[in-house]
Design a protein around this ligand. Structure first.
Ligand code: FE2
Ligand code: FE2
Length: 615
């Protein structure tokens, strides 16, 4: 066994903490020069961390290739413990360690260790796949959890209460998986099945005798019930049996809360009560009025009081979502919906928009993105909707946001050169039918291209944990996930005609100029009327990616002259030759881009950071 492995693990974990701290250092209100210093030292540090971590991973792989001895297995188990207990969710690293260990302990019938390994694997599968809504990954996680909870037959042999509790933790996670994958009604039956299985096992003599009065177990079981309650999407055509189970659950939770004197956190019971009455055919308009009244009583958010502010935000958010549920359930007419919307959407959107960056980061990002996706279909004004997308979704992802701003800066400089020297370039793009219109439309075209740039990677906001993974190389499967971002972005906006003029750029910016390579192969960029705009964003995208100092930490950004040589090499195949020539032949454009992608980059970054930090 490599004695350094433990030291490496500690270093790996410390590096992760360091990455987080470095991120925070540039996220404060600093003068330009101080901030620039912090950014440069962050980039240097990240490059160093990247190389250290790569060495660590190479060592792990080497160790796992040779036969596993007892001592080695124990050491790897310890590594897994420190990762898992520290909330370090990294499917690919955890899987690389856990998978070879599992058969080793299965052979020995070492139940606590088997239970732990299965639990870790199931959870990591779930963590990686749930955001992608990839059903095969979610099924795999559920399958692993099923195998893990099946270990309840060895319950009495699990000496440690925390090992026994793990069985119930797994049940609760199974419920969460179904709730999060949003696969719809057909899964909801399974949610009750898991809940009922867990409850039956919990009330068995064996479990009650061993753990029946353990407060941690009791709280866990209570929370599992609430999880189920919150996860159910009520629909007008649900089976009666299901409705009965739902109502019985609400009643049980209410009684338990009243018995224990627990407050109605986040207004959960208030909302479920409304939904129960809706199921009992109470007039929907009355329920909506009650919800709007409830929203008006939630009050101001004070983000210095973290928990209180979070609860209030969730109350606002979920109350708004409940009203949307009532609309759908009661099939209210559009005109009436529009009137109700005016009375609560602006307020709730405003609450989401004002949440400072860094406040419960992962959770709030999801909540804001969800609010955008539920509100957007009701908003008829495209510009307001785009603004909302920027504030609620893109503006909360610094890496993607800054990259998109840079792509916009690069692309608009090229646009201006074309309008001056070769306006024919844009002819035929929808809305740009004649030359005079193009020559007079510098402002409109630049504005449109800037928005294209801001939106081109919006699909990345759904896969942030992979996009933001900068401390080690990406595995093939993670690259596959990254490659989903054009489709994800299109999926996000496709039902919205207000965004139509951006669709082809979102879908086509990773296709090659000649249409022969790139992704997604399902999109044909050659037949798009927006082809010149797509080509422009493709070039700007590549220029920013190659000269970047933020995203790709293991290499220093290249200088613009080198990047231009690469553009020339790909001219006519990867890149539109007219654009490559324009950059090469227009001296002031060339110099402008050279500055923008080196020193000028800091100015754009600084502006973006301030926008994010001082929101
Ligand atoms: Fe992209
Ligand atoms: Fe991009």
């Amino acid at each position: 066994m490599n004695n350094n492995l433990k030291a490496y693990t500690d270093k790996y974990i410390a590096n992760r903490q360091l990455c987080w701290e470095m991120d925070q250092q540039v996220m404060v209100d600093l003068s330009f020069s101080k901030w620039k210093e912090a950014l440069i030292s962050r980039s240097e540090m990240m490059r160093k961390i990247f190389l250290e971590n790569e060495q660590f991973l190479a060592d792990i792989r080497k160790e796992l290739k040779v036969e596993i001895t007892e001592e080695k297995a124990e050491q790897f188990l310890e590594i897994l413990h420190s990762f898992y207990d520290g909330g370090y969710d990294d499917l690919f690293i955890m899987r690389a360690i856990a998978e070879p260990l599992l058969p080793y302990y299965e052979e020995k019938n070492d139940y606590p260790k088997i239970l732990f390994l299965r639990k870790v694997l199931a959870f990591e599968y779930y963590e990686f796949y749930w955001r992608l809504s990839r059903e095969d990954g979610i099924e795999k996680a559920l399958e692993l959890y099923e195998k893990t909870v099946a270990m309840k037959e060895h319950y009495a042999e699990l000496k440690d209460a925390s090992d026994r509790r793990a069985i119930f933790v797994c049940y609760r996670n199974m419920v969460a998986i179904i709730a999060d994958c949003k696969a719809g009604y057909r899964y909801q039956d399974r949610m009750f099945k898991y809940l009922n299985d867990a409850m039956t096992f919990w009330s068995s003599d064996l479990v009650q005798k061993l753990d029946g009065d353990n407060a941690e177990f009791i709280e866990h079981m209570d929370r599992m019930e609430t999880d189920v309650l919150l996860s159910i999407d009520l629909q007008a055509d649900m089976d009666e049996d299901f409705v009965d189970e739902y109502k019985a659950l609400v009643k049980r939770i209410k009684e338990n809360r009243e018995k224990d004197g627990v407050e109605d956190e986040e207004g959960v019971l208030f909302r479920t009560d409304i939904m129960c009455r809706l199921l009992d055919k109470a007039p929907p308009r009355k329920l909506i009025e009650e919800m709007i009244d409830h929203i008006s009583t939630i009050g101001e958010l004070d983000t210095t009081k973290e928990n209180d502010a979070l609860q209030k935000l969730l109350d606002y958010h979920n109350s708004g979502c409940t009203i949307f549920d009532i609309y759908k359930f009661a099939k209210l007419p559009q005109e009436e919906i529009a009137e109700y919307n005016k009375r609560f959407i602006p307020q709730i959107t405003n609450v989401h928009t004002r949440i400072p960056f860094g406040f419960w980061t992962g959770l709030i990002d999801n909540v804001c993105a969800e609010w955008f996706s539920v509100v957007a279909p009701y908003d008829q004004i495209p510009s307001r909707k785009a603004e909302m997308l920027l504030k609620l979704v893109l503006g909360r992802q610094p890496i993607t946001y800054i990259h998109s701003l840079m792509v916009g800066e690069i692309a608009t400089r090229i646009v201006i050169a074309f309008i001056k020297e070769n306006p024919e370039f844009f002819l035929g793009v929808p809305g740009l039918g004649d030359l005079q219109q193009i020559k007079d439309g510098m402002y409109e075209i630049s504005d449109y291209v800037t928005k294209c740039a801001l939106l081109h990677d919006c699909g990345k906001c759904e896969i942030v944990e992979v996009v933001n993974r900068q401390h080690r190389h990406l595995y093939d499967e993670e690259f596959d996930v990254i490659k989903m971002h054009p489709d994800k972005g299109y999926e996000m906006l496709k039902d919205d005609p207000g965004f139509e003029k951006y669709f082809d750029v979102i879908r086509g910016h990773h296709r090659s100029y000649d249409g022969k390579t790139g992704y997604p192969s399902s999109f044909n960029n050659l037949s798009s009327p927006y082809k010149p705009i797509i080509d422009l964003i493709t070039v700007a995208d590549c220029v920013d990616a190659a000269t970047d100092i933020l995203g790709r930490n293991y290499v220093k950004g290249k200088d613009f002259t080198t990047v231009y040589d690469e553009l020339k090499l790909g001219s006519g195949t990867l890149y539109n030759p007219e654009i490559v020539d324009m950059i090469g032949n227009n001296k002031s454009l060339f110099e402008d881009l050279k500055y923008l992608t080196s020193e000028g980059r800091y100015e754009v970054y600084y502006r973006a950071y301030r926008e994010i930090v001082l929101r």
